[in-house]
Ligand binder design. Structure first.
Ligand SMILES: C[S@@+](CC[C@H](N)C(=O)[O-])C[C@H]1O[C@@H](n2cnc3c(N)ncnc32)[C@H](O)[C@@H]1O
Length: 245
């Protein structure tokens, strides 16, 4: 019953934020995504993650923006907090043909920090989370503090409370992670900010986009090359490095 209520809320959310034009395609996308999820896990709930076994860490419970006091205008583009499925995250990071230890990891819309803790354990050089909700930022701060000394490389995690569209990527080889954090308008601003930042250096940039509702925005973007889409995640790489793949 709770699941049905959550589904009804999600559909209402899609309708009010995206209107009738996008309702059909987004519902179809969600049906495909959750069917794959159901087939893989036998349930619609995200499986618990190993990070939630660290004493004092909680990343499991979904949080709707209305619970955080955000009104419709912010909700126009922001997605609620849902933690990424650990297996899906590990699979796609391990599929990248790079040495993770040479790269920074940036999670735009980092929520309670599940992906950040997993990225730390996987050995990224530095890990940055950007989250615009103060409550979720605070939850991530508590989680990372609880993980210090108990979880590999937790001390490498930096947390920023702010809008992903205003965040300037670090001048480092970087993997940018997006787990369906926002809609088209913010995503457009994020793509422009990253493209602008990339014009100042020739460092490698990867975009890993899970549950990619705005896939077409990236696919039509000349500064990124689509590498693959598999198991619910799309992977793009900076296009102008002349690297043969
Ligand atoms: C689906 S959750 C992803 C959680 C996390 N990345 C993970 O994998 O566990 C999306 C998150 O994006 C955040 N978000 C939405 N719009 C944002 C924005 N403009 N800037 C920063 N964070 C945003 C939401 O508050 C939410 O926590």
């Amino acid at each position: 019953m709770n699941r049905l209520r959550a589904l009804a809320r999600r559909l209402r959310n899609i309708w009010s934020r995206h209107g009738w034009r996008m309702f059909g395609p987004l519902v179809l996308h969600n049906v495909q995504y959750y069917t794959r999820h159901w087939l893989r896990h036998g349930s619609l709930a995200t499986p618990r993650s190993s990070v939630d076994r660290i004493p004092g860490v909680e990343t499991q419970r979904a949080v709707y923006l209305s619970e955080l006091g955000f009104s419709g205008d912010v909700g126009d583009s922001a997605e609620p907090y849902m933690p990424i499925d650990e297996a899906q995250f590990r699979w796609v990071m391990e599929a990248l043909p790079i040495r993770l230890a040479d790269y920074a990891f940036v999670d735009l819309g980092s929520g309670k920090g599940r992906a950040l803790l997993l990225a730390a354990q996987m050995g990224f050089k530095t890990i940055i989370g950007v989250e615009f909700s103060q409550e979720l930022h605070l939850a991530a701060t508590k989680n990372v503090s609880a993980a210090l000394g108990k979880w590999p490389n937790a001390e490498r995690i930096k947390l920023v409370c702010g809008d992903a569209a205003q965040f300037s990527p670090p001048p480092l080889p970087v993997v940018c992670y997006l787990y369906n954090p926002f809609g088209a308008s913010i995503m457009r601003e994020v793509i422009d900010a990253w493209t602008h930042a990339m014009s100042a250096h020739s460092l490698d940039v990867w975009i890993v986009y899970s549950n990619p509702t705005q896939l077409e925005l990236f696919k039509s973007e000349l500064s990124f090359e689509h590498v693959f889409t598999k198991k619910g995640s799309a992977v793009f790489r900076r296009a102008d490095l002349g690297v043969s793949r």
